[in-house]
Design a protein around this ligand. Structure first.
Ligand code: F6R
Length: 244
């Protein structure tokens, strides 16, 4: 595991963008696992900047996103489809046909999960999986549980996650109760896992993920077993960990 220390959110965003930028430069047809949320907004801005400067070319990149809310159409401004379009895809030269997200409107979520796993399996091994971290240690929407779910599945969001994501909706009752999420197998089969964490509110979760026991109650703790985990975290997020 490598921990790259950042001063603050902006520094984390620049450092994480540098990791993705190196990946795409070294392998222009990289398969990137992508995430949504506040943590990655700054990093996507940095990637857009690098693209506009002519430093990065996404024309051959393929992408697979982690998750999507059940029940939100792709054009809903809180859907993860919409997030990806507005924050990244429409601002770079990625071919949208090469981007993948679960369909939150699928009538049969089991079938949709199988379809999604086929896409993930079809890529063989992702080159890099980008992750944010939930306050409860979730990765993707793999919520605290008695088991690690390997495949893409439909998950009931915990009250804590609904509460935390309510900031994006007009009120808590508008937050979808379910989501489709890539499972732990899909996430951890990536050659590199890039975990980005910022803020004191994530410090406890990050400590549990990196230094606690590996347990499905803290789903991110499974990342301790990954051979190539890169953590880019700011001072505040690292404040409960002893790092040299
Ligand atoms: C989003 C995702 C989630 C978020 C996590 C942190 O695609 O899979 O695991 O990364 O909930 O969210 P933010 O960054 O909004 O704090």
């Amino acid at each position: 595991m490598r921990i790259i220390k950042a001063k603050d959110y902006d520094d984390m965003s620049r450092k994480a963008a540098a990791v993705i930028s190196s990946q795409v430069t070294l392998k222009p047809d990289s398969v990137l696992g992508l995430a949504t949320g506040s943590t990655v907004e700054g990093l996507y801005k940095e990637l857009v900047k690098l693209f506009n400067q002519g430093t990065l070319d996404f024309s051959q990149v393929r992408s697979v996103n982690l998750d999507e809310y059940v029940g939100l159409p792709p054009d809903h401004d809180q859907s993860y489809n919409y997030f990806m379009k507005t924050n990244l895809f429409s601002k770079i030269n990625i071919d949208e046909a090469n981007t993948n997200l679960p369909n939150g409107l699928a009538r049969d979520s089991d079938l949709e999960c199988k379809r999604y796993d086929k896409i993930i399996d079809g890529f063989g091994q992702m080159d890099l999986q980008l992750l944010g971290l939930g306050n409860n240690g979730h990765i993707g929407f793999n919520e605290p549980s008695d088991t690690f779910m390997t495949n893409t599945h439909c998950v009931e969001l915990t009250d804590e996650t609904i509460e935390s994501n309510a900031r994006f909706f007009s009120d808590k009752s508008q937050v979808p109760k379910k989501a489709l999420t890539m499972g732990i197998k899909g996430i951890t089969q990536a050659k590199i896992v890039l975990l980005c964490v910022s803020g004191t509110h994530k410090a406890e979760a990050l400590k549990n993920v990196l230094a606690g026991p590996v347990t499905p109650q803290i789903q991110g703790s499974i990342l301790q077993m990954h051979p190539n985990l890169v953590v880019v975290a700011d001072k505040d997020a690292l404040s409960k960990l002893q790092t040299s």
